[in-house]
Ligand binder design. Sequence first.
Ligand SMILES: C[S@@+](CC[C@H](N)C(=O)[O-])C[C@H]1O[C@@H](n2cnc3c(N)ncnc32)[C@H](O)[C@@H]1O
Length: 229
Amino acid sequence: MVIKTVSIKQAYKQWAGKYEQDLPYLFESESEKIMPLLGNVKGKRILDLGCGTGRYSIALAKKGAIVTAVDFSEEMLSMAKDKAKNAKVKIDFKCIDLKKKFPFKKESFDIVLSMLVLGHFKNLEPMINKISKVLKLDGTCMISTFNPNKEGGKMALVQSLGLDARKYSQTKEEYINAIKKAKLSLEKYLEIKFSKQAVFNAKKDGVNLKPYSHKPFLIAFKIRKKINF
Ligand SMILES: C[S@@+](CC[C@H](N)C(=O)[O-])C[C@H]1O[C@@H](n2cnc3c(N)ncnc32)[C@H](O)[C@@H]1O
């Protein structure tokens, strides 16, 4: 296969239509671990950074959260807006480049999510500092990213479309340092593998995930903005 290197925006423009169908077992295994960690979100103000097709935004809005969902890909946002409409949930969608200054008030969100996004950023620190600013005191931030020891994230794009978008593989330690520098506390570190349910569902679809099921393909961080850091 000829691999073409494209910009991140270009990659998601092409991937938007089949993004969720491409990685169903990975997404299922991730959200199975992450959703319970967010607790009761009813009435909570949530900011979903790099919301993509709205996997988390929509699930959380269905649970009664007040969601602001941002992304710079018009095509990913368009998929998310259609899904929200079908699910009959209201979400404040914004087309924003996260590298620019955030247009949000200080300490205005109870929960900030950045799921499978920060691997697209060369420098973690500016992003985690911006997250810290918009998070309320005692608020929670959840970050997931592809395991730097695996090339899973890159491979997904490469295998699906023959495209390679810019992607960085920061280590667990680099995340932990950026979290500490932003005066946030790491509450939980997770390594996420394919869940039993995902392996079972894949088998029903004729896909054998067993050989990969022991490998943590994602890492995730549950972070808190403590009142007395
Ligand atoms: C792998 S997808 C993750 C989508 C969603 N969070 C999820 O977990 O399914 C990464 C998303 O980050 C967005 N993204 C990457 N760089 C961005 C930037 N600088 N500003 C805004 N969005 C960005 C992409 O457009 C894409 O929708």
